[in-house]
Design a protein around this ligand. Structure first.
Ligand SMILES: *[C@@H]1O[C@H](CO)[C@@H](O)[C@H](O)[C@H]1NC(C)=O
Ligand SMILES: *[C@@H]1O[C@H](CO)[C@@H](O)[C@H](O)[C@H]1NC(C)=O
Ligand SMILES: *[C@@H]1O[C@H](CO)[C@@H](O)[C@H](O)[C@H]1NC(C)=O
Ligand SMILES: *[C@@H]1O[C@H](CO)[C@@H](O)[C@H](O)[C@H]1NC(C)=O
Ligand SMILES: *[C@@H]1O[C@H](CO)[C@@H](O)[C@H](O)[C@H]1NC(C)=O
Ligand SMILES: *[C@@H]1O[C@H](CO)[C@@H](O)[C@H](O)[C@H]1NC(C)=O
Ligand SMILES: *[C@@H]1O[C@H](CO)[C@@H](O)[C@H](O)[C@H]1NC(C)=O
Length: 450
């Protein structure tokens, strides 16, 4: 079946509108009610409920017809704690709901903080739409709504403008994170005043995403593009891209990188010109790191790079929880994205080859590369900024950032290991071994070709 959520059962975030499931469970006194709220089976059912809500969303919002050959149920059975198995979230309408011999999901918990409110007034999620001060919106927007969020600096104005031009405003909300604090320079662009602008000096895309793209804030958007600013999009068409993502049942994807013109870090993401989508890398026999059609995880399959990921709503809800507040470079996160894939990662995560991009590889936040003049925009907005850092300062900063990123990769791996070891309810559906550090180099080194 379509999408199964792997949401952690502990989440209490309930988004109740699209499918109301269980309405009558006998009322209990306050104390027992609270014990009930914290019962593991209840939490587990809450997880299922959230999953079901997403499932309903998908079914309602878009025809989700993919029926692939993989066996998601086998995987999900292995993830689910035993308590899940007998919990039926959708009892037949005519069944006696108080028949306690059948295990049912209890009534969803009230969101913490809303206990004193009539539940019908609770707005659990929001969006990033601008509202007119006095006019009511004539009608809701037509197409499905998606979000494009990018961390940008004014130096990349032309490139960013080209990217945003590729996304129809009718179907997209734009959110720009300005790490250089210069927001005025964007207002002369056609879409500038329509975008949401957030300023926080010298922060990374992941810092912004963690703070401003909470799943309840972006719950409206079917797909979330969390992109870098140094991408060439001449060969990218977003409607076709999303069509392919749906056809292929992808929950996390990225456009392939043109191999000739891009700065390439990982071979998995290099464009394979003859196919529409690829989900795994095949290396020749004899490689030390050999990837073939039996590989089940990174670096061969089941992940995308951090420069241009696209998430489905459900995958983003999971991914957001994976981002660590303090690990702002997010190194190592990409290799774990498969756990948010809403199914088997080698099937639900993919690289779309027919709509591909060029990764220009301009280090922007935190100093500039030596060849900046060749690549950055010319023009007055740029000259304002130039001279703020000398080359050697910039190089120093890049080195520091790189060291910091590597340290973060260490921390992240350690936290993951610790969490995996200390959660008795969690089983690794992939049983992967954590890759050695030097395999993973998110911002600088070209991939070692053999
Ligand atoms: C998928 O896995 C489940 C549980 O292991 C099994 O019952 C079912 O037959 C499998 N389906 C296919 C198509 O392999
Ligand atoms: C689920 O139901 C089966 C029989 O229908 C039973 O054997 C099993 O113990 C139940 N599991 C739980 C967790 O209640
Ligand atoms: C309750 O469920 C049991 C077993 O599923 C069934 O035998 C019984 O008839 C049900 N009772 C009612 C009132 O539906
Ligand atoms: C918006 O999305 C819908 C559905 O995917 C599509 O038919 C429509 O062409 C899109 N609008 C634009 C301007 O591309
Ligand atoms: C941001 O980084 C630049 C370059 O390192 C530095 O000059 C500037 O002072 C920083 N701004 C803040 C607010 O930290
Ligand atoms: C793996 O790929 C090889 C060559 O492409 C093919 O011959 C083989 O059947 C594949 N094996 C599986 C299990 O798909
Ligand atoms: C920069 O601004 C000056 C005047 O302020 C103008 O004459 C010049 O053409 C501008 N240069 C570019 C590249 O826009």
């Amino acid at each position: 079946m379509g999408t199964i959520s792997a949401s952690r059962p502990k989440s209490n975030l309930i988004q109740a509108r699209p499918c109301r499931l269980i309405s009558t469970v006998e009322r209990k006194s306050g104390e027992t009610k609270w014990r009930k709220v914290f019962r593991p089976s209840f939490l587990a059912c809450t997880g299922i409920f959230i999953g079901f809500v997403f499932f309903c969303n998908l079914v309602v919002n878009e025809p989700y017809t993919y029926t692939g050959p993989w066996n998601v149920s086998a995987l999900m059975d292995s993830i689910k704690p035993a308590a899940y198995s007998n919990c039926t979230c959708a009892p037949p309408e005519d069944s006696d709901r108080r028949n306690r011999s059948q295990v049912q999901c209890p009534k969803p918990a009230k969101r913490p903080g809303t206990e004193t409110l009539p539940q019908g007034i609770v707005e659990a999620t929001t969006d990033l739409e601008l509202r007119h001060l006095w006019k009511r919106k004539a009608k809701e927007p037509v197409g499905p709504q998606n979000l494009l969020a990018m961390a940008v600096g004014l130096k990349q104005k032309k490139t960013v403008d080209k990217i945003i031009q590729k996304f129809p405003a009718e179907n997209f909300t734009f959110m720009l994170f300005h790490y250089d604090g210069k927001v005025d320079g964007w207002m002369d662009l056609k879409w500038g005043p329509q975008a949401i602008h957030v300023i926080a000096a010298n922060q990374t895309k992941w810092w912004f995403a963690k703070r401003f793209l909470h799943p309840d804030v972006v719950a409206k958007y079917n797909y979330i593009f969390l992109w870098d600013e140094d991408l060439g999009v001449e060969h990218f068409h977003v409607n076709r891209y999303l069509g392919i993502m749906q056809d292929e049942g992808l929950e996390i994807s990225q456009p392939a990188l043109d191999s000739k013109l891009s700065e390439v870090h990982h071979r998995l993401t290099v464009r394979q010109p003859k196919v529409r989508v690829h989900k795994r890398l095949m290396t020749g026999a004899g490689s030390v790191k050999s990837c073939d059609n039996s590989s089940t995880g990174p670096p061969c399959t089941g992940w995308v790079e951090m420069m241009a990921p696209v998430f489905s709503r459900a995958a983003w809800r999971c991914t957001w929880h994976l981002i660590q507040n303090d690990l702002v470079h997010a190194w190592g996160l990409d290799f774990k994205l498969g756990y948010c894939a809403q199914g088997v990662r080698s099937e639900k995560v993919g690289i779309i080859d027919s709509e591909y991009i060029i990764h220009e590889g301009i280090p922007s936040l935190g100093g500039e590369s030596k060849d900046k003049t060749a690549k950055t925009d010319s023009g007055n907005s740029t000259t304002l900024l130039e001279g703020s850092t000398t080359d050697s300062e910039a190089v120093d900063e890049r080195t520091e950032i790189r060291l910091r990123s590597k340290a973060e990769l260490h921390d992240f791996s350690r936290r993951w290991k610790r969490a995996a070891g200390s959660d008795p309810d969690w089983r690794d559906p992939y049983e992967v071994t954590i890759p050695p550090e030097d395999d993973h180099d998110a911002t600088g080194n070209r991939v070692r070709r053999r």
